[in-house]
Design a protein around this ligand. Structure first.
Ligand code: SF4
Ligand code: SF4
Length: 179
């Protein structure tokens, strides 16, 4: 029967000639192809010595932002987790206690917030879904690890340090936060 792709090849059982048995033409052909590529412009760079610039729209490791006063923006509403197509986000929440106003911007906050970087496809839907401008994807690379558990990023890795703000302006300028 004729194949649909029409790429079928009939295998030949004909005896190899002396030259074919020597593999010379094939070896020379292969060497010629290699030689041609030596003088061509390289498509690769010598990473990590040389690093390529990312596109402005590159989406890397997430950050949970703080406001100007250093309080966590996230109110643990869960909308990012609902929007996530990879089901990579989990969290638990608590009511803010008296005296914690300087830590959390609103009455509710995330006690735990985890993103499984092995599940994440860096689509950015969590960022789009967040009504509090709390989560953003940055241009930082998620490093590689040997253990699967190391890819579960908790608040220790996600929340922006007070004294070391993470610049997100490269790919997104934040608008005004709703009052
Ligand atoms: S970037 Fe996409 S896949 Fe990753 S956590 Fe956000 S919504 Fe989920
Ligand atoms: S990051 Fe944004 S969407 Fe996700 S729980 Fe926090 S406030 Fe809600």
């Amino acid at each position: 029967m004729e194949s649909l792709s029409n790429r079928k090849k009939v295998v030949s059982n004909k005896k190899m000639t002396f030259m074919e048995k020597m593999y010379f033409p094939a070896i020379l052909g292969g060497m010629w192809i290699t030689l041609k590529h030596v003088f061509k412009k390289h498509n690769t760079v010598k990473y990590p010595e040389v690093k390529r610039e990312f596109a402005p729209v590159y989406r890397g490791q997430h950050v949970l932002k703080r406001d100007e006063e250093g309080r966590e923006n996230c109110t643990a509403c869960g909308l990012c987790a609902v929007a996530c197509p990879a089901e990579a986000i989990t969290m638990t929440s608590e009511e803010r206690k008296k005296g914690e106003e300087h830590l959390y911007r609103e009455e509710k906050y995330a006690t735990t917030y985890e993103i499984n970087m092995l599940r994440c496809i860096f689509c950015g839907l969590c960022e789009e879904a967040c009504p509090k401008e709390a989560i953003f994807l940055t241009d930082r690379i998620v490093p590689t690890y040997f253990e699967r558990n190391d890819f579960i990023y908790g608040k220790d890795k996600l929340v922006e340090p007070v004294d070391q703000r993470v610049d997100i302006s490269k790919r997104q300028l934040t608008g005004k936060r709703p009052a």
